[in-house]
Ligand binder design. Sequence first.
Ligand SMILES: NC(=O)c1ccc[n+]([C@@H]2O[C@H](COP(=O)([O-])OP(=O)(O)OC[C@H]3O[C@@H](n4cnc5c(N)ncnc54)[C@H](O)[C@@H]3O)[C@@H](O)[C@H]2O)c1
Length: 412
Amino acid sequence: MSIIKDASLAPSGIKKIEWVKSYMPVLSAIGERFKKERPFEGMKIAMSIHLEAKTAYLALTLAAGGAKVYATGCNPLSTQDDIAAALVTLGIDTFAIHGANEEEYTAHLTETLSCKPDIIIDDGGDFVAILHGSSPELAENLRGGCEETTTGVARLAARDKAGKLNFPMFAVNNAKCKHLFDNRHGTGQSVWDAIMNTTNCLIAGKKVVVAGYGFCGRGVALRAKGLGANVIICEADPFRALEAYAEGYSVMSMDEASSEGDIFVTTTGCRDIITKRHFEKMKDGVLLTNAGHFDCEINKVDLKALSVDVEVRKPNIEGYRMADGRILNLLGEGRLVNLAAGNGHPAEIMDLSFAVQALMMEYIARLPEIPEASLYEVPAEIDKLVASEKLSASGITIDNLTEEQETYLKSW
Ligand SMILES: NC(=O)c1ccc[n+]([C@@H]2O[C@H](COP(=O)([O-])OP(=O)(O)OC[C@H]3O[C@@H](n4cnc5c(N)ncnc54)[C@H](O)[C@@H]3O)[C@@H](O)[C@H]2O)c1
């Protein structure tokens, strides 16, 4: 059984999946091996992750390895209905509709988990929240799972520290092959792709305010600089603020930046980065966008309360008119702009992230014993293997240390 918008959209979704496949050679090679070895025979894998073409290809790769896969989204605006339809046609039970309300979204997640999975993939921690809150019985067969993003890992670490994590979870986000490329270069490109496509605005010469100079923020800032913007960084961590300064960016508080910026991008994973006192100072026509996991970085309650009128100006752009006539433009309802108003990261980048996910699914499936409930890192060999395979698929050779060099590096 599945819950999707419209099964007739499948042909468009299948074409999108076919397109990304050719840019994901590492995942494809893993899929070929899975087909022969069937590491997931008899197992159920439930995934909650942005439901677009690259994710669909991951689901199909796991299914090729013998898993019965159940898929849902991790944000109602990032679900692509044609991809959901394609997945159903290709044999994956799917529960996701673009634009679902909060209640429907949670029902879709719970429905996906009702298969009582052996392994889960979570993105942001909503699956884990359900398995510890409303429906803990759905975790009865669970061997463990993987978390895709920074925010989800932060939530897991807090739960683990409090002794409240009931099963093992692996922090895929922390693998080098994930955050160094997906968070930085993936978000860096896809955020600007989404902003430019949605608004048709010029970036050159604009003042772009990036809140958070973490892995995502530095990618967004770097690409904005490359497009000719004047980039301002807002940070709470003194080291990262200093790094941004040393890398040539203007650094200031959001209180100062709010009257300067033309385009705002939040990438902190924290809440209330842009609030009432900032909106009050902003220029007419600013673009407000968020690339952090949850839609709490730009305070929409404050924005609504200050506005006398809200108008949909273009798809994915709501104009909030202030009492003094200024219009502040919010993109993608303040949800991750690159997924809510774009196509997500480039396929070549997701090849790395999803190769790690696929190998971690196999690692969990093959564990002789279920480890103690805790948050674990991805084994370094898996991370290194994915990096080496990506280099080789890209036709790049690198130097190998000689025995003498290894000895030299380890000697005193
Ligand atoms: N849009 C996407 O496709 C995408 C991809 C990967 C990660 N993410 C999400 O983006 C967010 C950031 O991820 P990351 O990997 O860059 O995290 P990170 O921890 O590397 O960086 C976050 C930065 O924000 C700063 N920060 C936190 N609170 C702040 C505040 N109140 N004011 C100013 N700065 C503050 C931190 O000091 C840190 O430097 C997370 O929510 C993550 O889940 C989104």
